[in-house]
Ligand binder design. Structure first.
Ligand code: PLP
Length: 384
């Protein structure tokens, strides 16, 4: 249990990211998955943790690739001196692939039209483009649908022979609907990989598994895994014990300081709509986080909050900038440290408890965190 002394430097409203946790999580996942390549997924500001520091921390832990959704995200890494191999897979309809090719960003391909546009941009840039063919094996999201595979593979092989592109990878993304569904998707993917080889392609990276499949379905690992959530120390199976058993440590702590404290009589309404009323004379602590900072309003009256060594429950509605907590007769004062969630091993509420309270998943809770909260990136155990 962290003491108040350890939290004396806490800011008003901040997101603390333990970069050593990211590095050691990647190292642990590297060991468990034992694949030739490891793509650390740092899209969406590294799931709210900060793309640049997290990318560096993941590379330090042994990731040899970075994965992002958009080319803009990849170029942000490049613009800040991160030149590790990087894959981007979600493109605008009229995407200009030139900048990605110039920056040696590997481009995920989901349509034959994208292949042509990439080849044309490579011609203009006078550089070979790195592409990775994304095969849709059931998710129905991005990726080349099954009936397009023969044409796409033929076009890709032609463009590769002409030296305009290099097919560095073939990949797919799984639904996590069930093990049976993912096994069916992998069977289809195997067929796609075989077709790619028969077309004369020799992709260096073959990948399907994100966090869940990488951890529970060894046959999904091929020679590369593509992991987001677990590098942040969170479990795709919604149990914190599972993440700890794997040696994973949550990297994010959302913390701040009590902004105000008020002694109120019984029957006092608490926050908008008075969805909570005090049963007796009590103390209300004002916490300076709201949905403007990514705290879900759906967690009103439900989510846990650590204040000065004890865990309470939010009282009333989460507003845009703040919410209240009925702390009873506890001696809570203005300025006391508050932790919304962090490492459950340190006695803080887990992000999974917030996910349950808000009716969502841990991915969404951490990724939405942001807004006015200040990012603080540290190495070393932040509560020691
Ligand atoms: C977001 C994403 C991942 C990472 O998924 P996690 O479940 O967070 O590990 C991997 N691949 C693709 C295509 C993605 O969109």
């Amino acid at each position: 249990m962290p003491d108040r002394e350890a939290l004396r430097d806490v800011g008003f409203r901040e997101v603390l990211v333990d970069l050593d946790a990211v590095t050691s999580n990647v190292r642990a996942l590297r060991e468990v998955t034992a694949t030739e390549h490891f793509v650390a997924v740092v899209k969406a500001r590294a799931y709210g943790h900060g793309a640049l520091p997290v990318a560096r921390a993941a590379l330090a832990g042994g990731a040899d690739w970075l994965g992002v959704a958009t080319i803009a995200e990849a170029l942000e890494l490049r613009g800040n001196g991160i030149d590790a191999p990087t894959l981007a897979w979600l493109h605008a309809p009229d995407e200009d692939f030139g900048p990605a090719i110039e920056a040696a960003v590997s481009i995920g391909v989901s349509t034959v039209a994208q292949l042509s546009a990439i080849a044309a941009a490579a011609g203009r840039a006078g550089r070979q483009a790195s592409v990775q063919l994304k095969l849709d094996t059931g998710l129905s999201r991005n990726g080349l649908p099954r009936d397009v595979w023969p044409e796409a593979l033929r076009v890709a092989a032609e463009l590769e022979n002409e030296g305009r592109i290099r097919v560095d990878g073939v990949f797919t993304h799984l639904s996590n609907a069930s093990l049976a569904d993912d096994t069916a998707a992998l069977t289809l993917f195997d067929e796609g990989v075989a077709l790619a080889r028969a077309a004369g392609l020799d992709p260096a990276l073959v990948h399907a598994a994100a966090s869940a499949a990488a951890l529970r379905q060894p046959e999904a690992r091929y020679n590369t895994v593509r992991i987001g959530l677990a590098i942040y120390g969170l479990s795709p199976f919604q149990d914190t014990a599972g993440a700890r058993a794997l040696g994973l440590r949550p990297a994010m702590t959302v913390r701040g300081r009590v902004a105000n404290v008020k002694r109120v009589p019984a029957g006092s309404g608490v926050s908008y709509d008075y969805t909570y009323r005090t049963e007796r004379e009590t103390t209300l602590a004002l916490i300076p986080f709201g949905y403007g900072d990514g705290v879900p309003r759906a967690a009103s009256n439900l989510a846990p909050v650590w204040i000065g060594g004890k865990v309470y429950t939010i009282s009333g509605r989460v507003a845009m900038d703040q919410f209240l907590v009925d702390v009873g007769d506890s001696p809570v004062s203005i300025g006391d440290p508050v932790v919304l969630f962090g490492d459950a091993g340190d006695g803080f509420p887990a992000v999974e408890e917030w996910a349950r309270a808000a009716g969502t998943i841990n991915w969404e809770i951490v990724t939405r965190i942001g807004g006015r909260a200040t990012g603080v990136w540290v190495t070393g155990n932040p509560v020691d």
